[in-house]
Design a protein around this ligand. Structure first.
Ligand SMILES: Cc1cc2nc3c(=O)[nH]c(=O)nc-3n(C[C@H](O)[C@H](O)[C@H](O)COP(=O)(O)OP(=O)(O)OC[C@H]3O[C@@H](n4cnc5c(N)ncnc54)[C@H](O)[C@@H]3O)c2cc1C
Length: 187
């Protein structure tokens, strides 16, 4: 079994730590703050969509992440994803082609996505104004991630898998890496 130090208990650090622990590594996670306490990952909510232009590798990752969040919902017994659907708007005249490229990438990957005309947007989403709209890209399975509870659920899962948490800031220490611990010890 190898050991790993993960610096930062945001969504990325915790996901890496969890995956390493699942693969049998002994993991320590260092962060001056408690998970879900500070930083962008600890916000109330984050949009989870798969449309990212022509970058189909990124679309594929986000599509796979939906399944992993649902897995964590089952494990934690709480709702983390709110499947509201996500609309992206292509404006008439100023469209950059981003929405078209996104749609093509999603269709290649088999990710549910629809091209909605302004008339269809008005019919299905009457609260949305359609003036200047060329079309909208609708991802019915995308939605909102409840970011703070999601990060805390990830941290809880890491603990169950045996990860150790240390409160401290990592600093480069010559050829290796060390950290100072401003608090009294593990959280
Ligand atoms: C306003 C805003 C809106 C956003 N909206 C969205 C959105 O809708 N959808 C979306 O997908 N993304 C969105 N993002 C981006 C998303 O929130 C971030 O990409 C993601 O949270 C980054 O996670 P992270 O783990 O890399 O970093 P962070 O969440 O920043 O976590 C880094 C952690 O590392 C710790 N740390 C830093 N330095 C050290 C050190 N030296 N030693 C120990 N610990 C350290 C910090 O304390 C922190 O806990 C948004 C970002 C912002 C700012």
């Amino acid at each position: 079994m190898s050991t790993a130090l993960v610096v930062g208990a945001g969504v990325v650090g915790l996901s890496v730590a969890r995956e390493l622990a699942l693969r049998g590594h002994r993991v320590t996670i260092a962060d001056p703050n408690r998970p879900g306490e500070q930083g962008p990952s600890a916000a109330e909510s984050r949009i989870l969509r798969c449309a990212y232009g022509a970058r189909s590798w990124y679309a594929e990752l986000t599509w796979r992440s939906l399944g992993r969040w649902r897995e964590l919902e089952r494990e934690s017994g709480q709702q983390l994803l709110v499947p509201s659907g996500v609309l992206s708007f292509a404006s008439r005249g100023t469209a950059t082609g981003w929405e078209e490229r996104s749609l093509a990438a999603l269709r290649r990957l088999g990710v549910p996505a629809e091209r909605l005309s302004p008339r269809e947007v008005a019919r299905r989403f009457p609260a949305v104004g359609t003036e200047g709209l060329e079309f909208a890209l609708y991802e019915p399975e995308a939605g909102v991630l409840r970011a703070r509870p999601a990060v805390r659920a990830l941290a809880a899962s890491c603990r169950v898998l045996g990860c150790a948490f240390v409160r401290g800031e990592a600093r480069p220490a010559g050829p290796g890496c060390g950290w100072t611990t401003p608090s009294t010890g593990p959280t």
